[in-house]
Every structure is written in structure tokens, then in C-alpha cells.
Design a protein around this ligand. Structure first.
Ligand SMILES: Cc1cc2nc3c(=O)[nH]c(=O)nc-3n(C[C@H](O)[C@H](O)[C@H](O)COP(=O)(O)OP(=O)(O)OC[C@H]3O[C@@H](n4cnc5c(N)ncnc54)[C@H](O)[C@@H]3O)c2cc1C
Length: 509
């Protein structure tokens, strides 16, 4: 074990913390540099009016027994520190269509999912089964999803793997309404018609069909648990320090990292755990070729979100133990990001996030509605708290639009609200330092996957990448990429065996 190797990680979000915790357990001396006062990136929470809200991570997958993320957390010894609350077995998600007032209550579990939709659409029963089986087959093509050693390459995949997700659904499902419903998780992966690859749709659907969970008490607990793994092994987690320079020598090695406070950090290995565009802003210009820089600058990013955060009056609004989706009508699921001020929002997802010991009544609700960065472009040069009156008015108008929809879904909800606030794509951009406020980093494109896929390795020999722009985003993709980053640094695949063996040992004991 390379006890002396010092690793400096730039960014203390989901990717930086998982990679740091795994490396600390491997014996590396880890230092994390995070620009925000609070650690966590997408796990970070904020408080308004005494109520704590999540900023990014609301829905979890992969944490059930045998799930890949569960195995990683077990390996790190943090599972018992997490207060995980499963959503309802018979309704993990609901989707309400305002046009016909119909609500679909979707159960977890592969067979339950097939049975439910077969009951709702009996004429499609055979096709539904074939479609769901295909989702699972596609997920099996991705070894990394199941924490297996990579056995193939891109050319070994089935034809459907790289189809657009909408083509995959339409291939199996003839009913137009059902096609629409089966794309309801689009907001969870930034789905774009004719662009999002079928395998992304498959991975996210399989992840959640296998069972969704939420953090009771919020996502910050995962950030804190991961940070503790690092500090317990002698590592350092520094907050409120923005990386402003990554100095690269003529030998193509990072020599040091400098923060906005003028502090210098040195190590043997460096890992950029934030959006690659943020890396370009900090790294010496000569470090990368023009072609590589152009690729990062021009890669399309996923869409962003307008979020509304509500705290409720005591005992006024019931707690809902699943995630809710609303669509104004069938046929709009692929075009929610097409903004029309008269009809926005045509759909959104919302949830009453649980507290520790959650009871019958909700304390809060978070509503996320897809929005492109273009809608706030005119305030692009402003900073948090200083965006001006026009922006505040625009924000209030959009809060009102969301509330109108909510009132249609839950008449009387307006009377339950104690406090309300909102964030826009600008907030996400500035909070996470992510280009265009993109929820999920680069937007994967099945027509040109290479454009939006970066390698963990860079031309700077001691600089590696991790985080959501590398493979897949979210609670599943980012920790798995952290495992890949450790493999790249160690030039060995042993860590996968160690994680799996540890899990096997736990389940056998
Ligand atoms: C609104 C929203 C809802 C989401 N909901 C879910 C969900 O329900 N489930 C799910 O699985 N995923 C969800 N996601 C996605 C998930 O949050 C991300 O995929 C994940 O956080 C990405 O991890 P990361 O480490 O790549 O980036 P981040 O978690 O964003 O971490 C990057 C970190 O780097 C820091 N940083 C940036 N620049 C610098 C610098 N110069 N110096 C020092 N530090 C810097 C940032 O402050 C941040 O802490 C959501 C995202 C958003 C925006």
C-alpha cells in the first residue's frame, strides 16, 4: 500500500468525497479542497427559516442489499451512519396528468413494475414485459453498474445500447400514452429526445425500479460520513477555499494547487472532482492541447432546474412517502425544457423530503422544474444576492407559476405554506461552479458519445478526473466513477474485488 502518497482532491462534492474516502482507506494521505463553506456539492444542504433543504441529492438508488452503492458504503464502513428511508413499496413514484386527472402509482420491483403497467395497459402487456426485460439486459452490458471488472468495450454492445432512449421506448411500446409515461424519469437524467442514449435511460430506470430511498434528515449526512472516513485516517478536508490555480510544470506534472486565500497544496497525485470547465478556468493554459480545451468548452451540458423550497406550517400538509411527478398533458415529457412563459411549467417533480423520525406531517416540500440556462442568461454576470430587482421579480413570477400548478394538484396547499424560497439555474451554476447550471454535467449524446465522455486520465500525468462528467451522474454514477478513479491511480482493479469480497463476508456472517 502506498502509505506515503499524497493526494490532493479539487472539489468536495459527491465525487471528491467518495474518491477521497476510498483512497484514504487504501492508505493514501488525502486532502480535499472545497470552495463552499459547507462540504458536499450535490449533497450540500442549506437552511431557510429554520428548515434544512437538500440542494441536489433527493432520490437514492443502489443502496438496497446487493446494490452497488450499498456495497461501497459498507466497504467504507458508513452504512450504519446513514438514516435511509425507503419509499413506499407499492408506490415509489406517482405521475399525475392534469389533462385527464389520472394518477399512476408506480410500484418498485421488476415484476411489480411489469404487472402494474400491464394492468393499466392490458393491450400492451407483452410489450411492457419485453421492454422492461430489455432495460435490464442493457444494464447488464455495463459491468461498472454491477461493480464487475470491465469485460468489453463500446463495440461489444448491442445495437439498442446506443439508440436514442425515445426510440427504444417506441420500438417496444405502441401506445402513445404509455410511451410518454415510461419516459417519466427524464428529469432524473436530463433526457433529451433523439439524443439521450438508451443505456442511460436503462441504467437510471433499473436503478430506481430496484427500489428508491431517501435520506431521512437530508443528504448532508452522507457528505459528513465520507469526510469522517478521510479525517479518521489522518486526511484533511478544507472548506471555504476555492482552487484558483493548478500549476503545471514543463514536465507535464502538476506542481501545486493554489487557493483564493493564497494557500498552496502539493501532492503526488491530483484529482479534479468538479466540472472540467472549472478545471480549465484554473489550470495553466499550456497544460492541455487546444483540441482538448475546445472539446470541454463546446461539449453540450444537461439542462438546469428552477427549484422551489417550501416550509409548511406545523401539521398542515401530509407527508408523502414517494416522489411525485406532474405533467400537464401526454406528449410533453420530452419537451419540458422548451420554455414558453405562458405554459411553463408543463411538468415537474416534487417531494416532501423526510426528517429523522418522520411522522404523519410534512415539514417541507422541494419542487424541481426543468429549465434551460438561456432563461437566466441576461443575469449571467451577477452574483448571489446581487442579481437585482428584475431578477427577483422574475423569480417571484416563477414561484407563483409553480404554486398555481401545485394548487391544481393539492387544492388548499397555499394555506399550508409558512415560508417559500426558490433557486434558478444561476444558483446551481454558482453553488457548484458548474457550467450553465447543468444538473448532471455533460449531456450524453448517442450520436456522438465521445464528445461528452472524458477519460479519467489526462495528458498531465499526475492529474486525474472524477465526478459526474466522466461516466454517469448521480448517486449511482459518481461513486462508481470514484472506484474507477482509484483503479486508474493504482493501475489495478483490485479495489473492486476488495469491495465485493467485503460485502460477501458481511452477508455470510
Ligand atoms: C437540482 C438537482 C437535483 C438533483 N437530484 C438528484 C437526485 O435526486 N439523485 C441523484 O442521484 N442525483 C441528483 N442530482 C445530481 C447529483 O447531485 C450530481 O450528479 C452529483 O452531485 C455530481 O457530483 P460531482 O462530484 O461530480 O459534483 P458536485 O457534487 O457538484 O461537486 C463538485 C464540488 O466542487 C466544488 N468546486 C467547484 N469549483 C471549485 C473550485 N474552483 N475550488 C474548490 N471547489 C470547487 C463545488 O463547490 C462542489 O462542492 C441532482 C442535481 C441537481 C442540480
Amino acid at each position: 500500500m502506498p502509505m506515503s502518497e499524497k493526494v490532493v482532491i479539487l472539489g468536495g462534492g459527491l465525487g471528491g468525497l467518495f474518491t477521497g474516502a476510498l483512497l484514504a482507506k487504501e492508505g493514501y494521505q488525502v486532502t480535499i479542497i472545497e470552495k463552499n463553506r459547507t462540504l458536499g456539492g450535490g449533497l450540500q444542504m442549506f437552511s431557510r427559516n429554520g428548515v434544512a433543504f437538500e440542494t441536489g441529492m433527493h432520490m437514492l438508488g443502489g443502496l438496497r442489499p446487493d446494490g452497488s452503492i450499498r456495497k461501497i458504503c459498507d466497504y467504507l464502513g458508513i452504512t450504519s451512519q446513514l438514516d435511509i428511508k425507503p419509499t413506499d413499496h407499492d408506490c415509489m413514484d406517482s405521475i399525475t396528468y392534469l389533462s385527464d386527472g389520472k394518477t399512476y402509482r408506480i410500484p418498485e420491483g421488476r415484476d411489480n413494475f411489469i404487472d402494474y403497467f400491464s394492468q393499466q395497459f392490458p393491450h400492451q402487456a407483452t410489450n411492457i414485459k419485453a421492454y422492461v426485460n430489455k432495460l435490464y439486459d442493457l444494464s447488464e452490458e455495463v459491468d461498472f453498474f454491477y461493480l464487475r471488472h470491465e469485460t468489453g468495450n463500446i463495440f461489444n454492445h448491442s445495437e439498442e445500447f446506443m439508440w436514442p432512449a425515445n426510440k427504444l421506448i417506441a420500438h417496444y411500446i405502441g401506445d402513445e400514452r404509455l410511451r410518454d409515461i415510461l419516459a417519466y424519469m427524464n428529469p432524473m437524467y436530463g433526457g433529451v429526445e433523439n439524443r439521450t442514449p438508451a443505456f442511460v435511460h436503462a441504467l437510471i430506470n433499473v436503478l430506481y425500479i430496484n427500489g428508491t430511498d431517501r435520506f431521512a434528515g437530508g443528504s448532508q449526512q452522507l457528505a459528513n460520513a465520507l469526510a469522517q472516513v478521510i479525517t479518521n485516517r489522518g486526511g484533511k478536508v478544507t472548506t471555504s477555499e476555492k482552487v484558483t490555480r493548478v500549476a503545471v510544470g514543463e514536465n507535464k506534472l502538476v506542481e501545486k494547487v493554489v487557493s483564493d486565500k493564497g494557500h498552496e497544496f502539493t501532492g503526488d497525485v491530483y484529482i479534479a472532482a468538479f466540472h472540467p470547465f472549472a478545471l480549465l478556468e484554473a489550470i495553466d493554459d499550456s497544460a492541455f492541447t487546444k483540441a482538448y480545451k475546445d472539446r470541454i468548452k463546446n461539449a453540450p451540458n444537461s439542462y438546469s432546474t428552477f427549484s422551489v423550497f417550501i416550509s409548511f406550517k406545523p401539521e398542515s400538509f401530509p407527508y408523502i412517502n414517494h416522489t411525485c411527478y406532474f405533467q400537464d398533458d401526454y406528449g410533453s415529457v420530452w419537451s419540458h425544457s422548451d420554455y414558453d412563459p405562458d405554459t411553463w411549467p408543463r411538468g415537474f417533480m416534487y417531494m416532501t423530503s423526510p426528517e429523522h423520525n418522520q411522522g404523519k406531517w410534512a415539514t417541507k416540500m422541494i419542487i424541481n422544474s426543468i429549465m434551460k440556462f438561456e432563461q437566466v442568461e441576461k443575469w449571467a454576470d451577477t452574483t448571489t444576492g446581487k442579481r437585482g430587482e428584475n431578477y427577483e421579480k422574475w423569480k417571484q413570477d416563477h414561484i407563483n407559476k409553480v404554486l398555481q400548478r401545485l394548487e391544481q394538484l393539492h387544492p388548499g396547499i397555499g394555506n399550508c405554506i409558512d415560508h417559500i424560497t426558490a433557486s434558478s439555474p444561476l444558483t446551481i451554476r454558482d453553488y457548484f461552479n458548474v457550467k450553465d447550471g447543468a444538473n448532471y454535467g455533460f449531456s450524453k449524446d448517442c450520436n456522438n458519445l465521445a464528445l461528452t465522455q472524458l477519460s479519467i486520465f489526462t495528458k498531465v500525468k499526475n492529474l486525474y478526473l472524477t465526478g459526474q462528467c466522466i461516466n454517469l451522474h448521480g448517486i449511482c454514477g459518481v461513486p462508481l466513477t470514484a472506484v474507477n478513479t482509484v483503479e486508474a491511480i493504482e493501475r489495478s482493479h483490485d479495489i473492486i474485488d476488495r469491495i465485493n469480497n467485503h460485502y460477501q463476508m458481511l452477508t455470510n456472517s
